[in-house]
Design a protein around this ligand. Structure first.
Ligand SMILES: C[S@@+](CC[C@H](N)C(=O)[O-])C[C@H]1O[C@@H](n2cnc3c(N)ncnc32)[C@H](O)[C@@H]1O
Length: 190
């Protein structure tokens, strides 16, 4: 809460996170294809160099879009270079933000799906960010939240789940992802 001091994933670690071997324990297609469908508008919070963003750009197809929101220009430029090499750059919108300064996205429910994988533990202003995301999600939209077990204690993961529930999301399932705490939440239709 507040402006808690946090550690930001350095660029060199961004390169480690896109290592193809990671797919053996965290396969993006296996993890996300049950939820991400053609034509969807997706928000990837803290995408790093796009380990999940590029597969999601394939899943949403030509009519969908993946908005990648990060605080580090270096992460987003590496992500877009990788996307261009795979012909996926037109489906991805990089969004550089200042932590705590709000989301520079249209102030309307736009997104069908949001992924926050291994990022919320790095966010000092978690509650603010979560409430801003919830305002941009369509009713019926899904929020996939995951954190690395080594870095994030179960108690802290559960506390952030509480912030998500306070922002209106309802816990639907706890998917099994190796070495991770994971939860799938829904923004109900009211
Ligand atoms: C550990 S990396 C995870 C990258 C990616 N999600 C993955 O699983 O490979 C965390 C990323 O979140 C970004 N980040 C940290 N604080 C953020 C914030 N307040 N808003 C958006 N991104 C943030 C970092 O710059 C970094 O790219």
């Amino acid at each position: 809460m507040g402006n808690k001091k946090v550690h930001t994933c350095p660029l060199w670690a961004g390169y480690l996170l896109i290592c193809p071997l990671r797919r053996l324990i965290q396969n993006p297609e296996k993890i996300l294809s049950p939820y991400v469908k053609p034509g969807m508008k997706v928000l990837d919070i803290g995408p790093g160099m796009g380990f999940f963003s590029l597969p999601m750009a394939r899943m949403v197809g030509e009519d969908g879009k993946v908005f990648c929101v990060d605080i580090q220009e270096g992460m987003l430029s590496a992500l877009m270079k990788r996307a261009a090499r795979e012909g996926l750059d037109k489906r991805i919108e990089p969004v550089l933000i200042n932590p705590g300064a709000g989301l520079p996205l249209p102030d309307e429910p736009l997104f069908d799906f949001c992924l926050a994988f291994a990022v919320l533990h790095e966010v000092g202003e978690k509650e603010l960010l979560i409430s801003e995301i919830s305002g941009r999600m369509k009713q019926g939209g899904l929020f996939y939240y995951a954190e690395p077990k080594g870095h994030v204690k179960k108690r802290d993961f559960e506390m952030t789940l509480g912030f998500l529930e306070k922002a209106g999301f309802v816990l639907k399932e706890r998917p099994k992802v190796m070495r991770s705490h994971a939860a799938m939440l829904l923004l109900p239709v009211v």
